[in-house]
Design a protein around this ligand. Structure first.
Ligand code: SF4
Ligand code: SF4
Length: 193
């Protein structure tokens, strides 16, 4: 695990209060048992452990949290939230921090993750509430190849796509339309505004 220093950063006294107002259980009840981190499957790729994220949030270390890798590595699997004996929504805190980082235009240390999130939501918006995995993966693969052109990777992806198609795991066309597409559009418009 890489480490991230918080030395010299100015604490934000407002952060703990904002988190307490945002979640039904305030992160301030954390007693650092570390059960969240012990169960997290992605700590190997994080620069801060989930319990450290909560600790730093309570210490108002907003700057460090908004630019850390952990919030982008987090897969929102909710294992930490389920394991927390105090009912703290750690996965929710990670999401909240991601949104805050995007809102404030903080440079994302894992740009591919942020792009994947954007393409994912865009695919749902375009599909009227349904995700086309094929379209999403095509778009994301092209993004990756534009960043780092790699013929071997392109061949690997094509082979993988063919295998999935052969095993009927890949739809070439989008999923059937949902009722209530207007409602979905309204949700996106409201969120965008
Ligand atoms: S599991 Fe809950 S109480 Fe324990 S360290 Fe994590 S957030 Fe804190
Ligand atoms: S939600 Fe994120 S932080 Fe929590 S266990 Fe899953 S990957 Fe780890």
């Amino acid at each position: 695990m890489e480490s991230l220093t918080t030395e010299g950063l100015t604490p934000s006294t407002a952060l703990p209060a904002r988190l307490a107002a945002q979640f039904s259980v305030s992160p301030s009840v954390c007693y650092q048992c570390k059960k969240c981190s012990a169960g997290c499957p992605l700590t190997f790729a994080m620069d801060l452990l989930p319990d450290t994220v909560i600790r730093l949030a309570l210490l108002g270390q907003e700057e460090a949290l908004l630019r850390c890798r952990t919030i982008w590595v987090c897969a929102s699997c909710v294992t930490c939230t389920t394991r927390c004996p105090n009912g703290i929504d750690i996965a929710g805190v990670m999401d909240w921090l991601k949104e805050e980082a995007v809102r404030r235009g903080v440079a994302v240390p894992q740009p591919e993750v942020a792009t994947f999130h954007r393409y994912f939501l865009d695919s749902i918006r375009r599909g009227g509430g349904r995700l086309s995995e094929t379209a999403l993966m095509q778009r994301y693969t092209l993004f990756q190849l534009r960043r780092r052109p790699n013929l071997a990777e392109l061949v690997r992806q094509l082979k993988l796509g063919w295998e999935l198609f052969r095993r009927r795991r890949l739809r070439l066309w989008g999923p059937p339309a949902l009722k209530g597409r207007q409602d979905i559009r309204a949700i996106f418009e409201k969120a965008g505004a």
